[in-house]
Design a binder for this molecule. Structure first.
Ligand code: PLP
Length: 391
């Protein structure tokens, strides 16, 4: 089976993890800060906070921005459930903004309309979370302009998009948002097994996220309460204070070492994914498929290559095409079942038909294999099988 995505682990990656296992620190050593520095430097962000998953990063990003009971977060329905769930973790409510039919990202016109309506009813969101679907950046400049006009914060869910660029700069630099979140799950671009990272240029947000990932406990004198920071010199290096309520969302040293090693090959990963995507762009022309559209503003990381099956032109349904591809050894998948159609969200009051563009996209889409470790022969097999089954 050729999967739709898969990690690529090199001998250097393995060596990096083994070295940590033979060292004194499996957690809270030097690797996590080094990994944070590596990602921050790559993205051009001032701060990066590593955690045990992107889901955790989204959660503490929301909390750091003050999301709580009575708060509101808006995201895209075309995403993994974690983008919406993180608001519910905070006791806030979630709503969605339908997607653009060409990019499959949050539609800026739909966002603007919804903001305009929400202003009148005093239900403006506290946070808007654009998701860079498949690795292609959302229209961040426009979303940022709207944030100034309507007064909301922005978290970029860039789980798909490390190594991608927007207006020539790496995603995660934070020019148009407050916090950007990356995922290091094995199907994503760079992996740490499980893992996530939040980048920001705002020191108070970085400090809050550092507290939240580790029990709300600090050893930094300037973060302690006044009285204890006075006491610190009299006491000793053992002094720590819990100044808030946090979690254990820490990343291990093994994960960070793997991440640092993987980051050395990020540019190469993106080059190879781009090469495969470009080849699909030409090799699949003429088949009854809509191919992913690329905006001029963004350079996608090509986490996914979604094709829309033009079922009006063939005798098979999307499900039949999907099953036929799997039977022929192509490990295709579907991204995403719109979040608002999940039973949990339907119970909260969302209904089929609420976000018709995301639903129409979902009915046709199939993600075909694109990953660094795929061979050119694998890709030719995918193309040949697609030609066979699209009848
Ligand atoms: C994978 C993913 C997440 C969650 O990432 P984890 O690291 O598995 O927690 C969140 N949002 C999107 C868009 C994702 O693809």
């Amino acid at each position: 089976m050729i999967p739709y995505g898969k990690q690529d682990i090199s001998p250097a990656d393995i060596e990096a993890v083994v070295q940590v296992l033979q060292s004194d620190y499996l957690t809270q050593g030097e690797q996590v800060p080094l990994f944070e520095h590596t990602v921050a430097a790559y993205c051009g962000a001032q701060y990066a906070v590593a955690v045990n998953s992107a889901t955790s990063a989204l959660h503490i990003a929301c909390l750091a921005l003050g999301l709580g009971k009575g708060g509101r977060l808006w995201t895209s329905p075309n995403t993994f459930v974690a983008s919406a769930n993180c608001a519910l973790f905070c006791g806030a409510t979630v709503d969605f903004v339908d997607i653009d039919s060409r990019t499959y990202n949050m539609c800026v016109e739909a966002l603007e309309e919804k903001l305009h309506a929400a202003k009148k009813t005093h239900t403006l969101p506290d946070i808007v979370m654009p998701v860079h679907f498949a690795g292609q950046s959302c229209d961040m400049k426009r979303i940022h302009e709207l944030s100034v006009e309507y007064g909301f914060k922005i978290i970029e869910d860039a789980s798909h998009a490390i190594g991608g660029k927007y207006l020539g700069s790496p995603i995660g630099g934070g020019e148009y948002s407050d916090i950007t979140v990356f995922s290091f799950h094995p199907v994503k671009i760079v992996t740490t097994g499980e893992g996530g990272m939040a980048t920001t240029n705002q020191q108070p947000l970085a400090e809050k996220m550092q507290l939240l990932r580790s029990h709300g406990v600090t050893r930094e004198p300037h973060l302690m309460t006044q009285s204890s920071s006075d006491l610190t010199p009299l006491e000793g290096a053992w002094v720590y204070q819990q100044v808030g309520l946090g979690f254990n969302y820490r990343m291990t040293e093994m994960q960070a070492a793997l991440g640092i090693s993987q980051m050395q090959r990020l540019e190469h990963f993106i080059q190879i994914r781009t090469k495969f995507a470009k080849h699909y762009n030409t090799a699949l022309i003429g088949l009854p498929l809509a191919l992913p559209y690329q905006t001029l503003e963004s350079d996608s990381s090509f986490h996914l290559y979604p094709v829309l099956i033009q079922t009006d032109q063939i005798s098979r349904t999307r499900a039949e095409v999907f099953n036929a591809l799997r039977e022929h050894g192509i490990g295709v998948n579907v991204h995403y079942i719109p979040v608002h159609t999940q039973p949990y969200y339907q119970k909260m009051g969302f209904a089929q038909g609420d976000f018709p563009v995301a639903e129409a996209y979902y009915r046709q889409t199939i993600s075909i294999p694109v990953f660094h470790a795929m061979t050119e022969q694998d890709q030719e097999t995918v193309i040949k099988v697609l030609q066979q089954v699209l009848v």
